[in-house]
Design a binder for this molecule. Sequence first.
Ligand SMILES: NC(=O)c1ccc[n+]([C@@H]2O[C@H](COP(=O)([O-])OP(=O)(O)OC[C@H]3O[C@@H](n4cnc5c(N)ncnc54)[C@H](O)[C@@H]3O)[C@@H](O)[C@H]2O)c1
Length: 296
Amino acid sequence: MARVVITGAAGGTGQSLVAHFRAAGYEVVAVDVRPVPQAVAPAVQLDLCQAAGVNDVVAGADAVVHFGSPPAISHLAATEAFHQVGVAGFNVFQAARNAGVRRLVWASSIEVYGDLTAHPSLPVTESSPLAPPSLYGACKVMLENLAVDYYRWYGICSAGFRLTRIIYDNPQGRAKLRGLVAQTGAGADCLWSYVDARDVASACQAWLESEHPGAEVFNVAAPDVHHPVSTAQLLAGSAYRAAWVAAGDAHETPFCTHRIRARLGWRPRYHWRQLLAEEEAPSLSGHSSTSGPTGA
Ligand SMILES: NC(=O)c1ccc[n+]([C@@H]2O[C@H](COP(=O)([O-])OP(=O)(O)OC[C@H]3O[C@@H](n4cnc5c(N)ncnc54)[C@H](O)[C@@H]3O)[C@@H](O)[C@H]2O)c1
C-alpha cells in the first residue's frame, strides 16, 4: 500500500483529501497544525514551519500532498504570512528531497495570475502572464519556481495546482456557493470558476498515479461557470477588459483547464447545480468555508 503524507488535513480541502485517499486504499499520514475532526483522525499535529518535524513525518512516505497553508493572509503580518506559505512549502519540498520522495502535488492558486479583470486576453491558460498582487501569490510563484529546480536537481516530479475557488464538501461550502449563484456576476474575481474539494482530491490522485515527469503547473476548475447565464453574458456585464466566446459549451469557464484534462485525463465530477442539490445532505465535517475573493 502506498503511503501518502497529506498536509492541511484539518482544512476544508484537506478533509476531502484524506477521505479520498483512504477510500482509494492509501495509507494516509494526515498532518495539520491544529487538531483534526474525528473523521480525519488519527493525525500528526505539526507546524510545517518546523523543518525537523516535517522531515520526520515525510520519512518513509511514497508521496506528498501539500495543502497545509492558509488560503488567505490578510489577517497575518507579512513575515508570518511568508513563513506559513513560503517557508512551510519549502520545508515540504526539502523534506521530500531528504526522504527520497519522487512525487508531490501541492496547492498553488489562481492568484498567481493577478487581477483577472485586467487580464489582456482570455482564456487564462498556464502560459498566461503571472502578476501576483500579494505576498500570498508571490509565495505561490516562488514555490512554483522552486519546484522546477527541485525536479532538475533531485528528480522530484511535482504538480502545482493553480486552484480556483474551492467549494468545500460541507454545508458551509455549499451555502457559500449558493450565495455566489444567487447574485448574477458574483465570483468575477475568479472568472466565475469553482471546483469541488472532492474533485481536487481526484486531481491529486491523478497526478500521483501518473508517470509524468517534471515540475508542472495546472489550472484546476470545473469546466463551467457557476451561473445559469452564458459566459459571454457574464463577461459583457462585468469590468473585464477582454471579451471571449467559448468555442463549445456557452457556459465554459474562461479559466482554461485543457492541460490537466489532456495530460492527466482528469474529469471533475461535481457540477454546481448538483452541489446545491446536495446542500441538505449530511456533511463530511463542520469545517467552515472561509476563503473569499482574496482567498483563492
Ligand atoms: N480555498 C480556496 O478557494 C483556495 C483556492 C486556491 C488555493 N487554495 C490553497 O489550498 C490550500 C488549502 O486551502 P483550504 O481552502 O483548504 O484552507 P483551510 O484553511 O481550510 O485549510 C488549510 C489547513 O492548513 C493548515 N495549516 C496552515 N498552516 C499550517 C502550518 N504551518 N502547518 C501545518 N498546517 C497548517 C490549517 O490549520 C488548515 O487546517 C492552501 O494552500 C490554499 O492556498 C485554496
